[in-house]
Design a protein around this ligand. Structure first.
Ligand SMILES: Cc1cc2nc3c(=O)[nH]c(=O)nc-3n(C[C@H](O)[C@H](O)[C@H](O)COP(=O)(O)OP(=O)(O)OC[C@H]3O[C@@H](n4cnc5c(N)ncnc54)[C@H](O)[C@@H]3O)c2cc1C
Length: 405
């Protein structure tokens, strides 16, 4: 990366949104620079679970084998429990793959970056973007960045700037991308890794919150989600509140924790925003959390970031390269935005519903009806995984059963 160097695409942020975007565009033959202010490999906040559509994309890109080779277990047993009702099963296989995966992020994110580098992407970690370059008409034409605390300021030029720099996106701020849909924060999440705690993927909803157990590389991640209105109280006694929530909402899992050992720090956040930002504009696009974020309770962020990467490459890729027409690129980016919204809006609305305590009794009634019917149970798992649209689950037959409860 040199001052005034030209690229077709500069991608800011090198995790689930950025690295696949860079990889797919480079595979189309474009000159791509991928920047991240973090050192790699490195960890980031996550409860790790990749639903089946995301797993299928990893396989499509030739990266799933590396996840498996890391020792990450296949998760093909899923248990949902809400009070006295529970269902267990697994989503329908995709591309012949049965099960989900939950690799540690320090492993997954490096696999994604390695995939980008193998595709010909130039990668610079510890490199922070601080400003934009625009032409006289306001079109984004490049960025200013700095490697390390003392590196020189470097300007790089590009036809398309991709902001994949997360929920607090610098690129979104610099381009002034407005939030076009927004809801209040709904939960706060705390999690830790445990050794000696065997589990399936387990999700419990009880009177005081949600608990998840997620098998990962050589450990089980156990998460507790509290309602957002408890965040100020919970944050000051996070570990006690975490263990109390597991005990009160998932007693059997709590007993397994007592027989195991916490193997890392407790991590948590109360800042899980819910929004769609405008997805693009003249010379720029947003991918992953930068453009769209939702509560992590439904574990969709990773797969949705992968999907956005693929949509952006499909739409914008053919309009990049020597002799490309900026107006055609802008139209393609607008098409990407429309495709993103069409693909993700229903799941967003589902997450907003799921993360609200007020709708718990409706969920209990739904789970009770589903637990009594094998076909509905399968459809439920496919819907939760994102293989079916929610509207397909709510058939007239299901609705009449719900009315009868
Ligand atoms: C507690 C929690 C649990 C979650 N659990 C799950 C789960 O189980 N399953 C799931 O699918 N999703 C989960 N998610 C969501 C998921 O982690 C995210 O949706 C996904 O990682 C988004 O990836 P991203 O690449 O868009 O952004 P990020 O992972 O935020 O990456 C952005 C990158 O941009 C870099 N960056 C930022 N600013 C700059 C700058 N100015 N210059 C250069 N680089 C910059 C950062 O260093 C970072 O590496 C969870 C999220 C949270 C908070």
């Amino acid at each position: 990366m040199q001052d005034n160097q030209d690229y077709d695409v500069v991608v800011v942020g090198a995790r689930c949104g950025g690295a696949p975007s860079a990889m797919l565009l480079a595979r189309q033959g474009h000159r791509v620079l991928l920047l991240d202010r973090a050192p790699f490999p490195s960890d980031t906040l996550s409860t790790l679970y990749i639903q089946q559509p995301g797993v299928a994309l990893l396989d499509e890109w030739g990266l799933l084998a590396k996840v498996r080779d890391s020792g990450c277990p296949t998760i093909d047993e899923v248990v949902y429990r809400l009070g006295d009702v529970s269902v267990s099963g697994c989503a329908t296989p995709v591309r012949g793959i049965r099960g989900a995966y939950a690799p540690l992020r320090i492993i997954l994110d490096q696999i994604l970056v390695d995939g980008a580098i193998a595709a010909g992407v130039e990668f610079a970690d510890r490199t922070r973007v601080t400003a934009l370059r625009r032409d006289g008409a306001g079109r984004v034409t490049g960025v200013v960045c700095r490697t390390g605390p003392d590196g020189p300021e470097v300007t790089v030029r590009c036809a398309l700037l991709v902001g994949a720099d997360g929920m607090r996106s610098t690129v979104a701020d610099l381009v002034g991308a407005p939030k076009v849909v927004e809801h209040p924060k709904l939960t706060c999440a705390y999690y830790a890794l445990w050794e000696g705690v065997p589990s399936a993927f387990e999700m419990y909803e009880g009177d005081t919150g949600w608990i998840a157990a997620v098998p990962t590389n050589d450990a089980t991640l156990v998460a507790a989600y509290h309602p957002q209105d408890r965040f100020d109280e919970v944050r000051h006694r996070a570990r006690e509140a975490y263990l109390t929530a597991v005990r009160d909402n998932a007693l059997g899992l709590h007993e397994r924790l007592r027989a195991g050992r916490q193997s890392g720090a407790l991590h948590g956040t109360g800042d899980q925003q819910n929004y769609f930002r405008q997805a693009g504009g003249p010379g720029w696009a947003l991918v992953g959390d930068a453009g769209h974020h939702k509560d992590s309770l439904t574990a969709r962020g990773i797969g949705d970031a992968f999907l956005q990467a693929r949509l952006l490459a499909e739409h914008a890729g053919p309009h990049l390269g020597d002799g490309a027409d900026p107006a055609a690129l802008d139209a393609a980016v607008a098409g990407y935005g429309a495709a993103r919204d069409a693909a993700l809006t229903e799941a967003y609305q589902g997450t907003i519903m799921l993360a609200q305590v007020a709708a718990r009794e409706q969920r209990r009634a739904l789970l009770r009806v589903i637990s009594q019917d094998a076909a509905l149970t399968q459809q439920y798992f496919d819907t939760v995984a994102g293989l079916r649209r929610p509207a397909e689950l709510y058939t007239p037959a299901l609705l009449s059963k719900l009315q009868a409860t």
